[in-house]
Design a protein around this ligand. Structure first.
Ligand code: GDP
Length: 335
């Protein structure tokens, strides 16, 4: 169905006055695969940039079933009770592989989704993690300009999506199950190393003992990691989101972290570094997209893939030859 587009100024005014309908329409522009929509979206983004950056950005990760939706439902409600506006975004790289997504298939966050202080946007679809991550980050900016004070960005522990979320948030929270075994939880050492806190979920009933034991084990494990540049030692907490237990502690801990990193300037330097990270990431994405769309490459890539597969040529050499082909193609087109 053709969608009516508004003028750039209407989007901007709508977003800045916190109009949710227009905010949603602007996000749809960001998510669109139409070039004309993207151009419009970039104009809107450029204009609202001075109004962004004032929120606290919190990343949340953990394997499916760890209790992310339940946690966000409970944790998010805590903010809304303080009359804070909270937006929940997501990066789910499985949405482009399976058609459906790990996150999206169930009814999630029923109460939060009807809370007037909360705004929930599912993960954008996309053919690459780079594209999905960029759209989520740009959506975050729109939400900030629309007055959201807390942005939660959720992801599942799949592939590089956690790195993408880490690179767009101020605080990165890893949710863990007690007694499930690290391998089962897909816990990569690297993710534990970059987490700003660990929270053991479902610490209720019979499981409470396990959760407390896991807390000590993870505290010990974290001591083995080198100390962080931000001089923050990641704590391990427990919670039972279904019973709304442990949530205030987590909020207090995050507030402490924000004060700590604002005082030692890490908060701002991290955001600056993140901007640079996305610049270089986007450069790679732009190149890659242009490269694979090039007709010479489209014609030859399969041949080179086969040669590399069979060991007839080294990947690096194949990449160089293909690059030459791409560059020569551009020159010929230009002449
Ligand atoms: P997600 O896949 O990580 O989003 O996990 P969900 O939030 O959907 O939770 C997975 C399952 O764990 C659901 O059946 C929840 O009801 C359950 N669950 C979540 N939090 C708690 C909790 O605090 N205590 C208990 N006992 N179960 C929980």
């Amino acid at each position: 169905m053709p969608r009516s587009r508004l003028s750039v100024q209407t989007y901007i005014d709508g977003i800045l006055t916190g109009n949710r309908v227009i905010l949603s329409q602007a996000i749809t522009l960001i998510e669109s695969n139409l070039m004309s929509d993207n151009i419009l979206a970039q104009e809107v983004l450029q204009s609202i940039m001075p109004h962004t950056g004032k929120s606290i950005r919190i990343g949340i990760t953990g394997v499916p079933g760890v209790g992310k939706s339940t946690f966000i439902e409970s944790f998010g409600t805590l903010f809304t009770k303080e009359n804070k506006k909270i937006a929940v975004l997501a990066i789910d790289p499985t949405s482009q592989i399976s058609g459906g997504s790990i996150m999206g298939d169930k009814t999630r966050m029923e109460n939060l989704s009807i809370n007037k202080n909360a705004y929930i946007r599912p993960t954008p679809a996309g053919s690459s993690l780079g594209g999905v991550a960029r759209k989520t980050r740009e959506t975050m900016f729109l939400c900030e300009a629309a007055g959201f004070e807390v942005i939660l960005v959720e992801t599942v522990g799949v592939g590089q999506s956690e790195i993408a979320v880490k690179q767009m948030t101020d605080f990165f929270l890893l949710l863990m199950l007690a007694g499930a075994g690290d391998e089962l939880q897909g816990v990569k050492r690297g993710i534990m190393e970059v987490a700003d806190a660990l929270v053991i979920t479902k610490s209720d009933g019979e499981n409470q003992k396990n959760a407390n034991r896991a807390k000590i084990e993870y505290e010990n494990a974290l001591h083995l990691f080198p100390s962080k540049e931000n001089k923050w030692f990641p704590p391990v907490l427990t919670c039972a989101a279904l019973q709304n237990q442990g949530m205030e502690n987590i909020l207090t801990m995050i507030e402490k972290y924000i004060i700590h990193t604002k005082n030692n300037d890490f908060f701002i330097t991290q955001r600056e570094k993140q901007n640079l990270y996305w610049l270089h990431q986007n450069i790679k994405d732009v190149f890659e997209e242009k490269f694979y769309q090039n007709q010479h490459i489209k014609n030859s890539i399969e041949e080179y893939e086969n040669k590399v597969k069979n060991g007839n040529i080294l990947p690096w050499q194949a990449a160089k030859l293909l690059w030459n082909m791409y560059e020569n193609g551009l020159e010929n087109k230009g002449s």
